[in-house]
Design a protein around this ligand. Sequence first.
Ligand code: AMP
Ligand code: MG
Length: 336
Amino acid sequence: MSAFWKNHALATEMEIALAAVRQAGLLCRTVQAEIDMGALAKEDKSPVTVADFGSQALICRAIGEKFPNDPVIGEEDAAVLQEPENTAMCERVVGHVTQHITGADARQVCQWIDRGSAKDFSPRFWTLDPIDGTKGFLRGEQYAIALALIIDGEIELAVLGCPNLGDQLDADRGDGTILAAIRGQGTWQMPLVGEAEPTQVFVSTEKNPTRIRFCESVEAAHSAHGDSARIADRLAIAAQPARLDSQAKYAVVARGEAEAYLRLPRDNKYREKIWDHGAGVLCVTEAGGRVTDVPGLDLDFALGYRLEENLGVIVSNGPLHEDLLQAIAELGIGQF
Ligand code: AMP
Ligand code: MG
């Protein structure tokens, strides 16, 4: 069997994206194996690591080489890295990148990172979270490398690398997992490390709301845990939520290991970032699932780097989506 993307118009994009996410995944694993993972405080105090920058550099370099006209809306830029007090950090980033790209220097690495600092919508662009779930990465738990290609506001291609996710949620992380999807071609899984045939994945077929297994953020600041508990109560959901960082939650729903992922807003000011959802959304919808915001609207990826018109995110296997939206509406969740 040949890979599902081989004869598709976006075959080159998929080959490049897969190779780049694999390379970035290896870099992240190497950094994670080091003792001090090089966290520094960004302006917003969220930890950002050598691996975030290294991952963004490798992926933006690969895209820039093959598709020089494609903007990349990524999470990081190189400004912090170029500050004099961060010279040592910058050297570490360059050291890791040169393990994959021989001879890369600091100037090039910063240029590659800054290739990913586009902010505005365009007819064709990529969106990248070089390490989604940085806090999970720092804890040695789940994180993801999330890359999506958006054309005319539609997510057309997604590659979601999950270096600490095994082929099942409770299995050893093994070689890590990559989920890949092209619109209309399904969602496929393969190990992050090594060559193995992709296998297609599908969402759960469960229709009984009491049997919903849902996942949510570890970080209570990112999703209202109290509200998800109220939904669970309302629908008489028996299972406790699985809490994991990053878009690994989308992977878990896409593989049918959970029926839902709830991201419930804590206020009506925060706007979700496109790089936190683009890749995950296509992986779930191509596996047969459904994604909306809390009021039930489709996510609109045509408005720049934020989901300006959406509030929170509800991900499901499909059949249980209306049950979740109804419970949310009845409980007044998201009505501020
Ligand atoms: P998760 O690992 O699912 O908790 O999500 C991690 C992502 O949450 C990060 O990449 C941030 O972009 C995003 N984030 C930061 N602050 C908030 C917030 N107040 N509400 C929702 N998401 C947030
Ligand atoms: Mg993120």
